[in-house]
Design a protein around this ligand. Sequence first.
Ligand code: ZN
Ligand code: MN
Length: 514
Amino acid sequence: MPENYQTIIGLEIHVELGTKSKMFCHCQNPTSADFTESRDNPNSFVCPICLGHPGTLPIANKEAISRTIKVGLALNSEIAEFTKFDRKHYFYPDLPKGYQISQYDMPLVVGGELEITRRDNTTFKVYLIRIHLEEDAGKLVHPEGSSSSLVDLNRAGVPLMEVVTEPDITSAEDARLFLQELRLLMKYLGVSDADMEKGQMRCDANINIEILNSKPVRTPITEIKNLNSFRMVERALSVEAERQYQEWEDGGAIRQRKNKITVGWNDAAGKIIPQRTKEEANDYRYFPEPDLPPIKIKFEILNSKFEINSKSEIRKNETMVEIQSPNGSIEILSRDLPELPAERRKRYSSLSLSSADVDILVTNREKGDYFDKIIHEGDRSELVKKVASTIINELSDNSINPDNLRKFAELLLSGDISSKIGKDLLAAMLQEDKSPEIIMEEKGWKQLNDKSEIESIIDKVIVDNTKIVADYQSGKMVAIGFLIGAVMKESGGQANPKVAKEMLEIKLEVKRQK
Ligand code: ZN
Ligand code: MN
């Protein structure tokens, strides 16, 4: 952590929404999980609307609006009562219309916050400025060895949600943690896979630093465009913070410069690359999209037990959000929101699980859901821990029937089966959908509980391991583990380990006293 300066970071995140169809036309959305065609055929999922032909009329995608509102509700934002789309003009070969349909002064979602828990259980909060809805552009393809570039418009018109944060983030690592939590939230809400590697979530980062002199002073902002992985975000931001500080210390141009610069990031070189200077907002010549009617959003409180003082409170109550436009109306119930990552983290943390296990069960939602099917409220903590460690460390999928897995964990905990039988049993349970008791019966893995049989094995082990027995009896208590292991091995893993341990201890104690 640098002590000479404070890092100031704000993020702009674009998330492609995985709706069935595109934002303003009926074309299939190639980023949707339901997409069945090959994504490798360029310009195959296009129509006159997303190709930007003159005279075509866009129609707003209700599902995309509804998903954006869901995100706003989950982030405790205000949902606008009235919102509209605007045209943002710029020229680029992947944008045939010459403008992007976006939202300028009346975004769908305003404000909001996300609290993030770091690994060491400290937390920080990031406030949001806005979330608006727009459309993605196409893609330029540069074939190797060719002197010309090609345009693929499959992506043109894909619904794009843009989240803009306040400059609240104070380290490159926190920026990564925020993005990871935001991604998790998108997945929990089911609005997008938000896979950065696939370009479904893309990040532009604004960074400057405050030099902590007797009179603190701030450097001008650098906007780093198109950071396409969590690792890249963290690396680029820490490199740029340090670079700004060095330039300042060296008395460079950064001391005089006032304007923001826009740069790219060369990951291989680990360096920023200068780009065009940023257009002022009015260069885009925003104006209201004349082909799309504005949208009215109505809130209806369904549960009158609560009084709502501000719209940011609607999520906590039973509220219906109804969106009305000439295209039809959409209804969202705030109680339809699933349990969110932060809520789940809190719930698991109260279960005496390690923070590493909590993290895995929250980040891997499917595993968490599976865990919830096995564990019941009020379960004792050994069982909870055993179930968690089994599904985290022993199982690569969640295919075992939850009731059977619960029985399995109970058998292991009671000491009724050895860990060796446990391993075989788990493998067998993955093969066939049967209860652990039935599998043990069928495989002849009956636990050896007969004390006289165990005793004769113990006697043999004591004779075979005189040195270790002597170690134990001279006070090296850990040696008992080796002896229990030997008993288990001698019995083919079938001796009841609990019984074996008890008998072994008594025997060695008696021997010592003799
Ligand atoms: Zn289309
Ligand atoms: Mn944008």
